[in-house]
Design a protein around this ligand. Structure first.
Ligand code: T6T
Length: 334
């Protein structure tokens, strides 16, 4: 039984830092480019931002936060990202950025293992490394790590499905790839929360490789095998986009609830049209601005914060036009 319209009290703020939403500065360069310092700064500090993937509104919003903070603090930022969320494509970017000798790198590593050595090499070369969003197996070389409460966000996603389906049922996770710290933690938080309610059956995680078409294919196949699935947690922006397509193509939008992580414009459109019931919105601009502050402290030899956890907000039809509206990610900084 489905209770889509009964989704209430779905507002949650997780983590510590809850200021500064996805606000942007000018000078958006989605897949690469340089923004100059402004506001009295003289470009004294040279920063590089390496995204997990170019063109993803989460990282674009983070770039906006980075550029705005860098301009305030007198730094220039060069932003680059691989065409896919893929360590084999991110590694050469890291290597070339290291060769360009910035003062600090803000980076979202695409794999906990594969990015370990290239990032340690950056730190060994005297570059301050700040991990934004994702992390690696041994981040001890990093000046700071800034990320959302991904474990808590996964648990919150289950809570949303639980409220919509008080009688329980089968639930599935669509994620990206194993070995990504953020999405792995979200799936873990979700699974743990499911395990605390015996009315629900956990069907496990399937990996879409960050491809919405693959996510749609996985969901269509899963619904053919288990037509009584009641809820799907899609662990990031592209998984959510494809999950919504798969549910629609299977004609299951009236019985299957979708909770997606992230709040890009396409996810928000799906929320508004009723295909998706809730979105866990992160604060990418805050992750970015915190990252710049930590990077500059590290460059100056000042004490940095080892770990900063930023908050999230659950967006539903109840708040998307009001206090949730500011959480929608940007497609460009201008
Ligand atoms: O969910 C974000 C990010 O936090 C994650 O690490 C990878 O996917 C996104 O960029 C959304 O596509």
């Amino acid at each position: 039984m489905k209770f889509k319209r009964q989704l209430i009290s779905m507002i949650a703020i997780g983590g510590l830092a809850v200021t500064g939403l996805a606000g942007c500065a000018s000078g958006d360069t989605p897949s690469g480019g340089e923004s100059s310092a402004a506001g009295g700064g003289d470009g004294e500090y040279k920063l590089s931002f390496i995204q997990g993937v170019a063109g993803d509104e989460f990282y674009i919003s983070m770039q906006c936060g980075i550029e705005e903070e860098a301009a305030k603090l007198g730094a220039t930022v060069n932003t680059q990202g691989p065409a896919k969320f893929d360590p084999t494509l991110q590694k050469p970017i890291i290597d070339s950025v290291v060769a360009s000798k910035p003062d600090a790198i803000l980076v979202a590593p695409t794999d906990v293992t594969a990015m370990q050595a290239p990032l340690r090499a950056a730190a060994d070369a005297g570059i301050k490394v700040v991990l934004v969003d994702t992390t690696v197996e041994d981040p001890s070389f990093a000046a700071s790590q800034i990320a959302s409460d991904n474990l808590g966000g996964g648990a919150e996603a289950f809570k949303a499905i639980q409220e919509l389906h008080p009688d329980g049922g089968k639930v599935l996770v669509i994620s990206v790839d194993p070995g990504i710290s953020t999405t792995d933690a979200r799936a873990e938080g979700f699974e743990k929360a499911v395990g605390e309610d015996s009315k629900f059956e956990y069907l496990g995680v399937q990996y879409s490789h960050n491809d919405p078409a693959e996510a749609a294919r996985l969901v269509t196949a899963a619904l053919a095998k288990d037509p009584d699935i009641v809820g799907i947690f899609a662990a990031n922006l592209f998984s959510a986009e494809g999950t919504a397509t798969g549910v629609r193509q299977s004609g299951k939008q009236d019985t299957v609830s979708i909770v997606g992580f992230d709040a890009g414009p396409a996810q928000v459109a799906q929320l508004k049209e009723g295909t998706v019931q809730a979105l866990v919105a992160q604060q990418p601009a805050t992750i970015g601005s915190d990252g710049v502050q930590q990077a500059i402290k590290a460059i100056k030899g000042e004490k940095t914060e080892e770990k900063i956890q930023t908050g999230f907000k659950v967006l539903t039809l109840d708040n998307i036009e009001t206090d949730g509206a500011d959480y929608v990610y940007k497609s460009s900084c201008s």
